[in-house]
Design a protein around this ligand. Structure first.
Ligand SMILES: Nc1nc2c(ncn2[C@@H]2O[C@H](COP(=O)(O)OP(=O)(O)O)[C@@H](O)[C@H]2O)c(=O)[nH]1
Ligand SMILES: [Mg+2]
Length: 380
């Protein structure tokens, strides 16, 4: 879409970030994408909606996670006036759209076609400002979730209890318990216990927002069990303790082996990716800071080794292993080579499935439009 055929947008502050806006053309595109089947669109490019009251932190989350904005800069973000849509297609696995909503969306406004929006939605993130009074936010959450569930019961509902940086640990747990209880009580009162809400404590000032987003995105990856399985096989045959598959740009981990994740390990991985990209940008040859040759080894002072290697153009594997195990680097590299090939196969299958689906929905769409054209020209 060129800039000229877009209607003028008041406060168009995001026009330079590649963000796109919801308009009629998008709606048309979305309908084609929908192909009149919810499951199809859910598979092809799931939508993640960011909703919540004004100033709860939705735009900040999007900017920090996907645009590398530093948290302090979000203080100067202007408020969002319309739905901002952004495509995140950094890898075939992490391919989705994020829709950032202005706080004051009115479900009773007839021009807001929420049915169309919810139909193609994979996850709805509702952001609650934990530093503010959250009574209004909770009633808004209830309204949003019940509306969305009616249209599409397959949406995963994610509640970000946000801005927890200002709270003590005890306070955080207490807030989470209270919000959890009240939100579920409201649903139970409406006879909707079957709606499942997941809760996360988040802040843009630490890694919690990246971790929460990782979990949201993972639920939208149908191949997740396959990826986990491949990682399990890889680590058990290579003497590795923990391995993550990272989307390098967003630092979202799209999969890990089945052992539990602790926050510190995740933070170390994020720091390692930052170091590799920064060094490469500053001292590397001109061109892309991340390519086929990208790899790094860091020896920590507790006999642990961190090993990063390129998997695809956008994905990196980050592993933790003991110093002794790293002596068999040849074996690790060979196993990694096999792992990479297996990942490529998963990608290829997914690509084929997606192409077939697209073709199918395009055929249905053209059939339907030709039928409706025929009906218009022949009223009998
Ligand atoms: N302390 C704190 N402030 C935050 C956090 N996230 C966002 N904010 C601030 O909240 C304010 C509103 O953010 P904004 O993204 O515009 O909210 P939106 O209206 O929901 O899009 C901004 O001043 C942000 O700096 C957070 O995790 N912690
Ligand atoms: Mg906003």
């Amino acid at each position: 879409m060129s800039g000229s055929d877009r209607s003028p947008l008041p406060g168009d502050e995001d026009s330079d970030t590649g963000l796109d806006y919801y308009d009629e053309e998008d709606e048309m595109e979305a309908l084609v994408e929908l192909g009149f089947s919810d499951s199809l669109s859910g598979e092809v490019k799931p939508r993640i909606l960011l909703m919540g009251l004004r100033r709860s932190g939705k735009s900040s989350i999007q900017k920090v996670v996907f645009h590398k904005m530093s948290p302090n800069e979000t203080l100067f973000l202007e408020s969002t006036n319309k739905i901002c849509r952004e495509d995140v297609s950094s890898s075939s696995f992490v391919s989705f759209q994020i829709w950032d909503f202005p706080g004051q969306i009115d479900f009773f406004d007839p021009s807001f076609d929420y049915e169309m929006i919810f139909r193609g939605t994979g996850a709805l993130i509702f952001v609650i400002d934990s530093q503010d009074d959250y009574v209004e936010a909770l009633s808004r959450l209830h309204l949003t979730v019940t509306r969305a569930y009616k249209v599409n019961p397959d949406i995963s509902f994610e509640v970000f209890i946000h801005k927890v940086d200002g709270l003590s640990d005890d306070h955080k747990i207490e807030k989470q318990r209270d919000i959890h209880k009240r939100a579920n009580d409201d649903l139970a009162d409406a006879g909707l216990e079957k709606i499942h809400l997941s809760f996360y404590l988040t802040s843009i000032y630490d890694h919690s927002i990246f971790e929460a987003f990782s979990k949201v995105v993972q639920k939208l990856i149908p191949q997740l069990p396959t990826l986990e399985n491949l990682l399990n096989i890889f680590i058990s045959n290579s003497g590795i303790e923990k391995a993550f598959l990272f989307d390098v740009v967003s630092k979202i981990y799209i999969a890990t082996d089945s052992s539990p994740v602790d926050m510190q390990t995740y933070e170390l991985c994020c720091d390692m990716i930052d170091v590799v990209i920064d060094i490469s940008c500053i001292y590397g040859e001109a061109g892309l800071p991340y390519d086929k040759e990208s790899m790094a080894i860091i020896h920590l002072n507790n006999t642990t080794v961190m090993y990063l290697k390129e998997v695809t153009k956008f994905l990196a594997m980050v592993c933790f292993l003991r110093k002794e195990s790293f002596e068999r680097k040849g074996l690790i590299d060979y196993n990694f080579h096999c792992f990479k090939r297996a990942i490529q196969e998963v990608f290829d299958v997914r690509l084929k499935v997606q192409q077939n689906r697209k073709l199918l929905s395009q055929r249905r769409w053209s059939k339907l439009t030709s039928m409706s054209n025929g009906a218009a020209s022949n009223p009998h």
